[in-house]
Write a new protein. Structure first.
Ligand code: ADP
Length: 179
């Protein structure tokens, strides 16, 4: 499923983000940048130790990555050039700025990608795994935020944005919502 807005392609696919041959893939990381389960675990497993080495250096320098922010590393052995690690909010019922923080993840990842002249970028469904953000609302925020970024013309080098859905539920939600 694909749409085009102001010459930027938005596409929804089902699959494993570690297999994407984009310039940058986004990781749903945690504040410590020390790896974990879900997509984070898959990226570090497939990408090899080089990614963690860079994460550790960032952690030593800055103490980690605050929720809603993003940092960039090599993609190690992955087919991508970069991994952009962003930290989604843990869903605590909706009264703790979860929506705004999730929105920031997409904006800050795209900003960092632009700074590195990324042309193609792939996002996982941030926060919808162990962080339990309601999937429907998370998809709405992801799609709206990315579209706003394109329409506000802060996107210049990025030509293609991929939403990589791993589970059937997210894939179905994104397919019906993208337009
Ligand atoms: P979070 O802690 O942000 O919730 P998770 O990794 O637990 O992060 O889940 C985020 C999303 O990533 C979930 O929708 C999950 O299905 C998905 N996911 C898990 N493994 C992969 C993978 N290899 N590629 C793409 N998405 C994945």
């Amino acid at each position: 499923m694909k749409i085009v807005i102001n010459d930027t392609e938005l596409e929804v696919i089902k699959g494993d983000i570690t297999k994407c041959t984009c310039d940058a893939i986004v990781n749903a990381a945690n504040n410590g940048l020390l790896g974990g389960g879900g997509v984070d675990g898959a990226i570090h497993r497939a990408g090899g130790p080089e990614i963690m080495e860079e994460c550790k250096k960032i952690r030593e320098r800055t103490g980690g990555c605050p929720t809603g922010e993003a940092v960039i590393t090599t993609a190690g052995n992955l087919p991508a050039k970069y991994v952009i690690h962003t930290v989604g909010p843990v869903w605590k019922g909706g009264a703790y700025q979860e929506r705004e923080l999730l929105r920031n993840c997409y904006i800050n990842s795209l900003k960092l990608a632009e700074e590195h002249f990324v042309k193609t970028i792939a996002f996982p469904n941030i926060s919808t795994g162990v962080y339990r953000f309601p999937k429907h609302e998370a998809a709405q925020i992801a799609l709206e935020t990315v579209k706003e970024c394109i329409q506000n013309q802060f996107i210049r080098s990025i030509q293609s944005i991929l939403f990589v859905c791993f589970d059937d539920e997210n894939y179905h939600i994104y397919k019906t919502m993208i337009r």
